[in-house]
Design a protein around this ligand. Structure first.
Ligand code: GRF
Length: 208
């Protein structure tokens, strides 16, 4: 039987779902200390929903078009998460901006992953912008979500080299491999109660 004390994670997705898959695999291997209780997409055709179903996880599509406006759509989203007693919400390629009131509702229990070394290259196309800028290293960042775009307190980062022959695709693939490593790790630290936010700095406590 599921452990009722175990942290229940909800993952919000819009597309491919490779980070979701890494998180689910970590949970199945007992490396997460949490259960993935629901996966919710704003796009019913998202491959991520198929991944959830294939692993026996509830997969929900909540389409903005089915609601009279953004506030109503978010209200449905919040309702779905709260009904399922979700303790941590993970954005994994969720392509909609969340309102300040959603962010407040899940304050300090809302994570995102971004494919750059924040605060460099927040927002769209970070890998393309990293290449155009000529940086020598890039990487991935897991951060708590605040009201800005990719501005919240940083939990974990991983660095990758930028090679002279890189294209947007090759750099994105190198970064993605690191995303798949650090997102489950960040969730594991959260689930173990080892993260605390001090201003904009996240403190990671030693395991007790
Ligand atoms: C990842 O690169 C993630 O960092 C970004 O969106 C992409 C989602 O990919 N936020 P996937 O759906 O997890 O494969």
């Amino acid at each position: 039987m599921a452990d009722p004390a175990r942290l229940r994670v909800g993952v919000l997705v819009s597309g491919r779902g490779s980070n979701l898959e890494a998180i689910v695999q970590a949970a199945e291997a007992g490396r997460l200390g949490a259960v993935v209780a629901v996966v919710i997409s704003d796009r019913p055709a998202a491959r991520a929903l198929d991944i959830a179903r294939a692993h026996g996880i509830e997969a929900l599509a909540l389409e903005p078009a089915d609601h009279p406006g953004r506030a109503a759509h978010e209200k449905a989203l919040i309702g779905a998460l709260e009904e399922r007693r979700i303790g941590l919400v993970c954005l994994a390629g969720y392509m909609r901006l969340l309102s300040g009131s959603f962010v407040k509702r899940f304050e300090a229990r809302l994570l995102n992953i971004h494919p750059s070394l924040l605060p460099a290259f927040p927002g769209l196309h970070p890998q393309r912008r990293a290449l155009r800028h000529g940086v020598r290293v890039s990487g991935a960042t897991v951060h708590f979500v605040d009201e800005g775009t990719d501005t919240g307190p940083i939990v974990l980062q991983a660095v990758v080299p930028v090679e002279p022959a890189d294209t947007e695709e090759t750099l994105a693939a190198r970064i993605l491999a690191e995303e798949h490593r650090i997102y489950p790790e960040a969730i594991r630290l959260f689930a173990a109660g080892r993260l605390s936010i001090q201003g904009r700095v996240v403190e990671i406590r030693e395991a007790s």
